[in-house]
Design a protein around this ligand. Structure first.
Ligand code: NOJ
Ligand code: CA
Length: 673
């Protein structure tokens, strides 16, 4: 098929140069700055394909097929063009919270209406070409020839013209908590998205999707060299998507940039989501939070009631007291409920543990002005959770709890056989977000549906996990500095992540004899965090989450000078930008709110010195920079907790050296003098 298209493209270009009516003109759309063009080609058989071209660097996506296979209906992949329509959009929109307040949506749109060749079925494809990538979606218009459809395969391809470097995780329909692999594209067999690549010409490309609504998630499968094909996550019965016409698919997105920073700075995914649906967003507020959590993952405490039960009333009060004194907005108490482990029963969802006085804790938190983050682990028992969730949300609302961390630990799929990432899962997670919005509750989902930018439409969908988070350091080999520097260019392109950074007690060997695994057996693994303490602070800036957890146990923060950075940290910004980065190697991020700038910089296991020009600061003004950095003897393996705090005066003409130890980082707060 590829060759037929290649021949046809040559034909189209030749026809244009003879001033023939520009068929390719109608079937192509360029980005506002003309750098990128998406062009459709239709061959003699009526097969449609699209290509993406870069003005100076040539082919980004080679001619790739589009179409669908259905149950009880012939495949739809031969077409003739009915009409085309072009449109240019330049709008600005504001988000209630996030990394940036103002967003610009500047794109050119092409809508192509196709009709089945030798048949009556209709299918439209809408394309939006931005300066930083393209998105397209299928639209099934109202028609007599199709009503209820069962999609068995979406035939969308993404054919890369050459071998690429790729960063990816293995496709899994129930867990995104997989190690990122950095391999040639030819070694990708089946991957989750975002899948990020660097072409030999230096172009950075990331394939994902936007606005995943009532459809199943797209994974990418490769059967032929350099060819990725959409593989939709199935229902338990093997069907992929069940819909009634008319409907639109999610957007298939291809972010394209000259460099890694450009990928991370892109708003393309958000721009392809629908505007905010909530009239009142005044109750939605980013914050830092702490919790009775890490000690349980370390195996020192338990979720279950018993001798080592962590979420007691007394301990909760201690956390609230620390939070209020240290400007931490929220507190999470896991294992607050009686029925931990008795999933499906009412106790698991709404009844507090005997030694946890929910009313007392909630009253105390309210009085002190600290927000409690409720915790609902479901273990993938979706029907049970759905039957109790409204009662929980009512109880929480009465108690003044307006944030809920949900959890879906069910690595082999939901208890009813459906997948986290299938259409069923997509709809469940959305149902919870919408219900939460009715109760003015913010959501932080663990083991979530993949992020596709729906926080623009439902701004109470704050953050989620959806990759190996900090918890993996407690009970496994854990996460390397390189992994942490891969996230901003893969998982985080999709949206915020509740990674849970901020661990100060890097090496837990001193807990020997006090740690137990989930089976209650002694935890013998030599586990630890694989970055330096300064980097743990930097990661709170680098890995954006509007609910950002300072994850360590309260005892490790008490009287710790480095906690000052967390005390001062804000999680809602007017603007953010990645200054400089190389995937898996280093990054520097700057975030600004009012007259304050928070900077996070990190390296992999190689020590390096980066330079940061402060030209983003207002001119002719002196500021104070509080620098939390690795010391000369710091090393993530041998001396991770060694750090230095410095306070210096800076102006917009200064350049700071960012000296980073192996596995290290630097966190800086700049504020008015
Ligand atoms: C996995 C979540 O990622 C973690 O944060 C939580 O503590 C456990 N599940 C228990 O719900
Ligand atoms: Ca998890």
């Amino acid at each position: 098929m590829k060759n037929i298209f290649a021949v046809l493209s040559v034909f189209v270009i030749a026809a244009c140069s003879q001033n023939a009516p520009s068929k390719s003109g109608q079937l192509s759309v360029a980005s506002p700055d003309k750098t990128l063009t998406l062009e459709f080609v239709v061959n003699k058989k009526g097969e449609i394909g699209y290509q993406v071209l870069h003005q100076t660097k040539g082919m980004v996506i080679d001619t790739s097929a589009l179409g669908f296979a259905f149950k009880n209906m012939p495949t739809l992949d031969r077409f003739e063009v009915l009409t085309t329509k072009q449109n240019s959009v330049l709008t600005e929109w504001t988000s209630p919270w996030g990394q940036n307040k103002q967003h610009q949506d500047s794109h050119n749109e092409l809508l192509v209406k196709f009709k089945e060749k030798d048949g009556g079925r209709l299918l439209n494809v809408r394309v939006r070409a931005f300066n930083d990538g393209v998105g397209f979606r299928y639209e099934f218009p109202q028609q007599d020839s199709m009503n209820d459809v069962v999609i068995m395969d979406e035939k969308t391809q993404f054919i890369l013209p050459t071998e690429q470097q790729a960063w990816w995780i293995e496709a899994n329909y129930d867990s995104y908590e997989k190690p990122y692999q950095h391999t040639p594209l030819s070694q990708v067999k089946h991957a989750n998205t975002p899948l990020t690549m660097v072409a030999p010409n230096g172009l950075h490309i990331s394939i994902h999707e936007a606005a995943l609504t009532d459809y199943s998630s797209m994974t990418l499968i490769s059967k032929t060299k350099n060819t990725l094909e959409a593989e939709l996550v199935p229902w338990a019965n093997g069907e992929k998507v069940v819909k009634t016409v008319p409907f639109n698919t999610p957007w298939r997105t291809i972010q394209i940039s000259d460099n890694a920073a450009g990928l991370a700075n892109s708003d393309l995914i958000l721009n392809l989501n629908e505007p905010n649906q909530l009239a009142d967003t005044s109750w939605i507020k980013p914050m830092t939070y702490m919790g009775i959590w890490w000690e349980i993952h370390l195996g020192v405490g338990t979720w279950n009631m018993g001798e080592r039960h962590a979420a007691t009333t007394e301990r909760a009060i201690k956390y609230i007291d620390f939070a209020v004194e240290n400007n931490v907005g929220g507190v999470l108490f896991e294992g607050w409920n009686k029925g931990w482990g008795q999933w499906g029963k009412r106790e698991a969802y709404v009844v507090p543990a005997d030694d946890f006085d929910l009313q007392k804790v909630a009253d105390y938190a309210r009085e002190k002005g600290v927000k409690i983050i409720g915790h609902n682990e479901t273990e993938g028992r979706i029907e049970a959770y759905e039957s109790h969730v409204e009662e929980i949300f009512k109880i929480y609302t009465d108690l003044g709890i307006n944030t809920v961390k949900t959890g879906y630990v069910a690595e082999k799929g939901f208890i009813n056989g459906e997948h986290h990432q299938g259409q069923y899962g997509v709809n469940h997670y959305r149902k919870i977000v919408k219900l939460a919005a009715q109760y003015k509750i913010m959501i932080n989902a663990h083991e979530p549906i993949k992020d596709t930018g729906i926080r623009r439409t439902w701004p109470n969908m704050m953050t989620r996990e959806g990759a190996k988070g900090g918890e993996w350091n407690a009970w496994s080999e854990g996460n390397s500095a390189e992994y942490l520097l891969t996230l901003p260019f893969t998982r985080l392109l999709a949206g915020p992540m509740d990674y849970t950074p901020g661990i100060f007690d890097i090496d837990y060997s001193h807990f020997e004899g006090k740690r137990y695994n989930w089976a209650g057996e002694p935890q013998t693994g030599d586990y630890r965090v694989h970055t330096t303490l300064a980097r743990q602070l930097a990661d709170m800036v680098i890995l954006y989450s509007p609910l950002q957890m300072a994850s360590d146990a309260v005892e490790n923060y008490e009287d710790h000078p480095a906690f000052t950075f967390i005390r001062d940290l804000k999680m809602d910004f007017e603007s953010s930008f990645v200054v400089d980065a190389k995937i898996g190697e280093y990054i520097t991020v700057v975030r600004q709110t009012g007259n304050e700038w928070f900077i996070g910089s990190g390296t992999n296991n190689t020590a390096r010195t980066l330079r940061l020009t402060l030209d983003f600061l207002p001119k002719s003004q002196t500021f104070i920079a509080e620098i939390y950095r690795d010391d000369t003897d710091t090393h993530f393996e041998t001396n991770p907790e060694s750090y230095k705090i410095e306070k210096i005066e800076v102006t917009s003409t200064d350049e700071l050296p960012l000296i980073l130890a192996p596995g290290g980082g630097q966190a800086i707060r700049i504020s008015a003098k």
